[in-house]
Design a protein around this ligand. Structure first.
Ligand code: 5CA
Length: 439
């Protein structure tokens, strides 16, 4: 992509409304634009990152055996009356009427709708286990939308729903999601720690929140420092094997949100030098809620003995749009964002330090064509900004690899390769740069 053809409205000034660094940087880097409180348009740079994050979430859900579908954003109020949540959900739910005065709502979550789909088709335990997920916009009329995409009113969520014959089978489904979440967040360069948590309006009595430690986070947390060093299961993890050893390893080290924190246990179990009380960002939450929806909504299957029983369910959410904020909170410096490569909007930036100089233009064009042909996502800064402004922009938007091409270096056959993560620089020949980025 040529920057001269791209839409990247970078802000010079720090936006006053942004209280935390991720919100500030997303606005300054031209990633999002607020259209109403807690409602954002995704500009091209932000949208590219959102899609990358979404794709990692999708790949790890698929790997675990969950199946993707897509449910609508609008739902019938009557469906929510079946579960009893229509009135219980309160003012956070956006209620709408259509031209026939039929009551609708913009979905804040989808337990009811997926249960309706399930009960229409699945009648036998033989069709279980089943885990269905979608990645869809949600609306919650939050009292205090703030921190940009971190607490929005409209936000993108991955929500999965599992269906099983009994509690033991449902716990197997829960464990699969637990492992899939460990992998998902690690692939994005995040340390997200599963913590025992409250269940709130989703219900049930077993739940974990996945939390990224950050001073700016909204959740208070208590952990044993050792949890930060636990190994994340690899790509070869077998989802059909017994996952309980992994779950045990992760849940036997103390980690809890302040809502369920047990001070006595914390002090008894965790040596003083390993106790950490800090804050964090909840990037996902998983729930086992048994028959909370299947009983009132009559989602029944025939068991092996032919008797109909309500299924045991769980639901599993990832805050896809929130993750952009969480990753920036974890990966930035004074100059801007430091995207982990897996989610970067572009992997490489080429900075032409003397636009209009025939030799420099030629070298930039050649490298741009070569890298692009090899499948590397390149942003080529071919604008006539001065070099200093180009350095600042590339650092601000956080491109992991920056290639600086100017007349001086080129005279010696060298260009400069900078790594955004640690600022390290090397002078290399163009061929070596290509080998480094493609090899
Ligand atoms: N139905 C369940 C699981 S599918 C559910 O709705 N869970 S949730 O309420 O915990 O939401 C799932 C994830 O969405 C949260 O972990 C959080 O990362 C994200 N999320 C929740 N509210 C917001 C919000 N207002 N803005 C951005 N992300 C949010």
């Amino acid at each position: 992509m040529r920057l001269s053809r791209f839409f990247l409205p970078i802000l010079k000034e720090n936006p006053k409304e942004a209280e935390i660094v991720s919100h500030r940087l997303m606005l300054r880097a031209g990633m999002i634009r607020q259209e109403a409180a807690g409602i954002y348009a995704w500009l091209p740079l932000g949208f590219r990152v959102l899609k990358k994050i979404e794709q990692i979430v999708r790949e790890e859900q698929d790997r675990s055996g969950a199946l993707e579908l897509l449910m609508p954003t609008l739902q019938l109020a009557d469906l929510w009356r079946e579960s009893g949540r229509y009135d219980a959900y309160g003012p956070e739910m956006l209620r709408i009427a259509d031209r026939h005065k039929r009551e609708l709502l913009y979905g804040p979550t989808n337990e009811e709708m997926i249960t309706e789909i399930f009960r229409a088709y699945v009648k036998s335990y033989k069709n279980l286990p089943l885990n269905l997920y979608h990645i869809q916009w949600k609306f919650r009329d939050e009292q205090r939308p703030r921190f940009g995409v971190m607490r929005g009113r409209e936000f993108l969520m991955k929500d999965a729903y599992s269906f099983d014959l009994n509690e033991a089978a449902a716990r197997v489904a829960y464990n699969k999601m637990f492992v899939a979440y460990l992998r998902t967040f690690a692939r994005m360069g995040l340390k997200a720690i599963p913590m025992r948590a409250e269940t709130g309006p989703i219900g049930g009595d077993l739940s974990h929140e996945f939390i990224v430690l950050a001073e700016t986070g909204e959740s208070g947390v208590f952990i044993n420092r050792d949890v930060l060093d636990l190994p994340v299961p690899g790509e070869d993890v077998d989802y059909n094997s017994d996952l309980t050893p992994i779950i045990k390893q992760w849940t036997s080290v103390y980690a809890a949100t302040e809502d369920v924190h047990d001070a006595a246990r914390f002090e008894q179990e965790v040596p003083a030098d390993k106790r950490v009380n800090t804050r964090g960002i909840e990037v996902g939450q998983i729930f086992y809620f048994g028959t909370k929806y299947s009983e009132p909504m009559k989602a029944m299957v025939a068991g092996p003995d032919g008797v109909d029983v309500p299924i045991h369910g769980g639901s599993y959410g990832v805050g896809v749009s929130r993750l952009l904020g969480a990753i920036i909170e974890a990966c930035h410096d004074d100059a801007g964002i430091k995207w982990p490569e897996a989610v970067a909007p572009f992997r490489v930036a080429i900075l032409n330090l003397k636009q209009g100089d025939a030799a420099v233009d030629g070298a930039c064009e050649k490298l741009y064509a070569e890298l692009t042909a090899k499948g590397v996502d390149v942003l080529y800064d071919d604008t006539d900004q001065r070099a200093g402004a180009k350095f600042a922009a590339a650092d601000l938007i956080g491109i992991p690899w920056q290639i600086m091409i100017g007349p001086k270096g080129l005279a010696d056959g060298k260009i400069e390769l900078k790594r955004r993560a640690d600022g390290s620089r090397e002078n290399l020949s163009p061929a070596d740069v290509v080998a480094r980025l493609v090899g």
